[in-house]
Design a protein around this ligand. Structure first.
Ligand code: UD1
Length: 419
């Protein structure tokens, strides 16, 4: 199993290019199931989750041509309407094939995701929405089996999400593009990745209004056609590099990113003492004063993202003062705490709240990555800790960060992958 070895103490300095967004690429790849024509994607990040999604789509019959940073997906010969357990268990986003498959073929079988490291993460909202659109859903042998009666089409419906769900909104938005009549999604997720998916679907001929607000209206069309789409920049990768630079008293410039979708993250960094300058497709951060602790509470976009909670926790462990961090999205997303404590962090947890008391320094140790963003928080901790930090189980990191050690090395970090 691969590990990362980090010698802490170097400030991050220089320029780094931000990759395409994982959480936009995965649903947009699934949109290829909606059409028999070719969907051409650029700025696709080279990540383990993207490879897993490619394998899943190929298993279903999608023909995929891979070029550096680009994918051409051709969905003319889909012959297997199923996402098997071994794929869904390694990548929950596999559930995103459900909406497109049932919309175009009237049938789909997708394994139930089951528990995952950061919480139970049910898919009841996806199911409820498809049922409202006329799908008959049964759970058989751990699989969701969805069918439209008599091979007909889904029907437009008014659907209210009881809980804001990103992939739930994406699944139902894709399903509604080929339904008869109009669908209104209320209390929909407003995440920029939902908007990016909507842009791609619109380029494919879908009629969608309101993506980015909490009410999305989709008017079904007979069929979708091919299109070309560039995947938006990854806001979580952007945020992670900015936090790493702030934590190491660094000075970096991110390129190919977007400041307008990072508002709450930039505000919190400024509150922590960072100086931020925003340009076209660029964000520069320099840290010239002592770090200050920042309180935060995760919530759906545009509030503070749960995917940045762990990284900010590391920042708070070495900042002046104490901070209260409340996690409202996932019930078990503090697994990095035990590992950060091994480096000397002072963190108490009560329910979904962590109280972090800043300490002057962390000390290198061997730690274990538990999930994707937890791994990122440990990398940042390794960059600031005294001595060497070894991070085990970094396959989590490879799921969502493109060439992270190469990018950090380029910024001056002393980091290497060991096998
Ligand atoms: C997406 C992101 C993930 C991010 C999360 C929250 C992708 C591929 N993944 O995950 O990186 O951390 O949004 O921003 O885009 N829930 C239900 N029933 C449902 C669906 C969700 O109860 O049917 C709950 C979940 O358990 C969770 C909350 O709703 O507590 C939000 O989950 P959701 O937005 O669906 O997360 P994902 O789309 O899986």
């Amino acid at each position: 199993m691969q590990k990362l070895a980090i010698q802490g103490g170097n400030s991050l300095r220089g320029d780094v290019r931000i990759s395409g967004a994982k959480n936009a690429a995965l649903p947009i790849m699934c949109a290829s199931l909606l059409s028999a024509d070719t969907l051409h994607l650029s700025n696709v990040p080279d990540l383990h989750d993207v490879v897993t999604m490619r394998k899943l789509l190929v298993q279903m019959g999608v023909n995929i041509v891979v070029r550096e940073g680009e994918l051409s997906l051709h969905g003319a010969q889909i012959d297997k309407l199923e996402a098997p357990y071994d794929m869904v268990k390694t990548m929950r986003a596999s559930v995103l094939v459900l909406g497109p498959l049932i919309a175009r073929f009237g049938e789909a079988r997708v394994s139930l995701p089951g528990g995952c490291a950061i919480g139970s993460r049910p898919v009841d909202q996806h199911i409820k929405g498809l049922q409202a659109m006329g799908a008959i859903i049964s759970i058989e042998h751990g699989y969701i089996h969805a069918q439209v009666p008599q091979g007909g089409k889904l029907k437009g419906a008014r659907i209210f999400f009881d809980i804001v769900s990103v992939t739930g909104t994406e699944n139902l938005m894709m399903a509604a593009t080929l339904a008869k009549g109009s669908t209104v999604l209320e209390n929909a997720a407003r995440e920029p990745e939902v908007v990016d998916l909507a842009h791609c679907l619109i380029a494919m001929g879908a009629k969608i209004a309101g993506a980015g607000s909490d009410t999305i209206t989709i008017t079904g069309v007979e069929k979708l056609h091919g299109a070309s789409h560039r995947i938006m920049p990854d806001r979580i990768e952007s945020g992670t590099f900015l936090v790493a630079a702030a934590a190491t008293q660094g000075n970096i410039v991110l390129h190919d990113t977007r400041a307008d979708i990072l508002d709450t993250i930039l505000e919190k960094l400024i509150e922590a003492g960072a100086h931020i300058r925003v340009g076209k497709d660029e964000i520069a951060l320099s840290m010239q004063v002592a770090l200050k602790s920042v309180n935060l509470r995760t919530a759906p976009y545009p509030a503070f993202p749960t995917d940045m909670q762990a990284q900010f926790m590391t920042l708070n462990t070495i900042a002046e003062g104490s901070a209260m961090m409340v996690e409202t999205i996932f019930e078990n997303r503090f697994m990095h705490v035990q590992e950060l404590r091994r480096l000397g962090a002072q963190i108490d947890i009560e329910g979904n709240t962590a109280l972090v008391r800043g300490t002057p320094k962390l000390e290198g140790a061997t730690v274990m990555a538990t999930d994707l963003r937890a791994s990122a928080s440990l990398v940042i901790a390794g960059l600031v800790a005294e001595g060497e930090t070894i991070i085990d189980r970094i396959y989590h990191l490879d799921r969502g960060y493109e060439r992270i050690e190469a990018k950090l090395s380029q910024l001056g970090a002393n980091i290497r992958r060991i096998k």
